[in-house]
Design a protein around this ligand. Sequence first.
Ligand SMILES: Nc1ncnc2c1ncn2[C@@H]1O[C@H](COP(=O)(O)OP(=O)(O)OP(=O)(O)O)[C@@H](O)[C@H]1O
Ligand SMILES: O=c1ccn([C@@H]2O[C@H](COP(=O)(O)O)[C@@H](O)[C@H]2O)c(=O)[nH]1
Length: 247
Amino acid sequence: MAQQVSGRQPRYKRILLKLSGEALMGSEDFGIDPKVLDRMALEVGQLVGIGVQVGVVIGGGNLFRGAALSAAGMDRVTGDHMGMLATVMNALAMRDALERSNIPALVMSAISMVGVTDHYDRRKAMRHLKTGEVVIFAAGTGNPFFTTDSAACLRGIEIDADVVLKATKVDGVYTADPFKDPHAEKFDRLTYDEVLDRKLGVMDLTAICLCRDHNMPLRVFNMNKPGALLNVVVGGAEGTLVEESKE
Ligand SMILES: Nc1ncnc2c1ncn2[C@@H]1O[C@H](COP(=O)(O)OP(=O)(O)OP(=O)(O)O)[C@@H](O)[C@H]1O
Ligand SMILES: O=c1ccn([C@@H]2O[C@H](COP(=O)(O)O)[C@@H](O)[C@H]2O)c(=O)[nH]1
């Protein structure tokens, strides 16, 4: 039975949470800041505590991105394989942080890693989610030329999540990248087509198209703001909501 938070019921029964790999670095230049990892684990644990089923996809931008490795001369597919393996490392670190906080979790990888993670299996993932375990989907889609944003939307649709929550370094979708344009303005709500037509770069277009085609609501919010995740889940107005209609 879901408990209440400050008198408010969770708005969602099952979510797919996309955690930014880059934001896991905290103030470092590379890798994982244990403080950020542990805080995110505790915030995920709060959701489990109020009865929300949580699937997680973590990016790999704190370690490797295929496009950057390719720009430096590496074969793109090899670079993407390295990027996907980076997401597995982040997923293992998150599972460890969750388990240290007594939050049951397992990692399912789209690339087979016998003895290290389970292999991705949708039906098995659904069973674990229903028991309150956090299921961390690692290695993206398992295919090169995709991103973990697309993987998050794909897994969110597959597990029949109520929403995809993209926790990232910015507090929503802006008219332009707010790190590059100080005059960029934030949207509270957008339709999928508005994101696509305006080419708003907060997520890749494949991910947005997937959400649009399967009517999967998407919320972008700031992972560095303590409490923002819980606030989103109890229906708070954090970040930007992307959905079919603004009505
Ligand atoms: N219109 C926009 N509104 C908001 N952010 C934008 C926009 N255009 C580009 N961005 C950039 O998109 C970034 C988020 O997407 P990105 O995929 O780079 O990061 P991530 O998902 O946080 O990282 P990772 O790939 O490591 O998981 C923001 O940090 C911001 O700089
Ligand atoms: O389905 C996927 C997902 C990811 N990759 C590669 O991994 C890195 C890291 O993911 P981010 O989404 O950038 O955090 C990505 O740059 C790709 O190289 C992939 O190939 N397929």
